[in-house]
Write a protein that binds this ligand. Sequence first.
Ligand code: 2NL
Length: 350
Amino acid sequence: MQDRLNQLQEEALLQIEAASSLKELQDVRVAYLGKKGPITEVLRGMGKLSEEERPLVGALANEVRGKIAERLQEKQVLLEAEAVQKKLAEESIDVTLPGRPVPQGNDHPLTRIVQEIEDLFIGLGYTVEEGPEVETDYYNFEALNLPKDHPARDMQDSFYITEETLMRTQTSPVQARTMEKHKGKGPIKIICPGKVYRRDNDDATHSHQFMQIEGLVVDENIRMSDLKGTLEVFAKKIFGADRKIRLRPSFFPFTEPSVEMDVSCKICGGDGCSVCKGTGWIEILGAGMVHPNVLRMSGFDPEKYSGFAFGMGPERIAMLKYGVDDIRHFYTNDVRFLKQFSPVDSSTEK
Ligand code: 2NL
């Protein structure tokens, strides 16, 4: 009996040694220590032994079982550690591999130009004001010295919603509202960017919806020279320090006198080319001294206060600055167009 147990121990230890996976080890455990295993069998047969032999065999059987269990446990720890190592080796990550580029979006070119212009005027002490796109006839026209019979109020030219409300045709109503809020007391220094609407047929240079940025300064002793200096700073910042400006007489119902500003052509340097149509100058915006009627209607005393105002189209500015030949590119959102305004090198993107 003792020999049988010693032999079982030897066999079991060899098989434990040989086991190369946790599965194999489990098979060895079942084979030797399981309920139907040989050691259990020996213990069952102990009843046939003599009084002297029984404790000896019992003790040995327990010892053998303990030893096998101990080695099984040791081997299990070993195999588990090996399995972890193998898994780690297989799943290792090469941290030196270059990362996949993440496609990055960019601001819309119009957003960019509007922000650039806002930043410039904020730097000059202006604040940005916004207002409703659905306006009343009063703020869109009446308060801007466009009386009821004025041709600009033609139903054919504006999107009317009711007799008295329409989609604003300019951002000036925001300025009229702001003046009203100031209750006749200056100073006011604001710019008003936003969408405006006109009943136009869309083509390369017209759109029924477009953007406008208007500026307004109202205070005591505001003069034409303040307007000219402001516009010059604006033109040089947006188009380049070597640009020149000129003012030509013009007409707007809300300003008197009124002017249009040209910037010297960057393409030909003033000699004349196809972009400036041979004149050396490019028209950028309209401006003027706020009409006394406009000041009065919004609660300012024209004897005490004066002001200047200007209005421009960011689409036109962006078209000139970036060389865009069709205003519709700004609204159709073709990524091939939009990507060209990415601040990162788009050629490196996948
Ligand atoms: C243009 C011309 C202009 C204004 C807008 C204005 C606003 C108030 C009072 C007086 Cl509240 N004027 N705005 C003045 C002159 C010209 O816009 O060609 N825009 C694209």
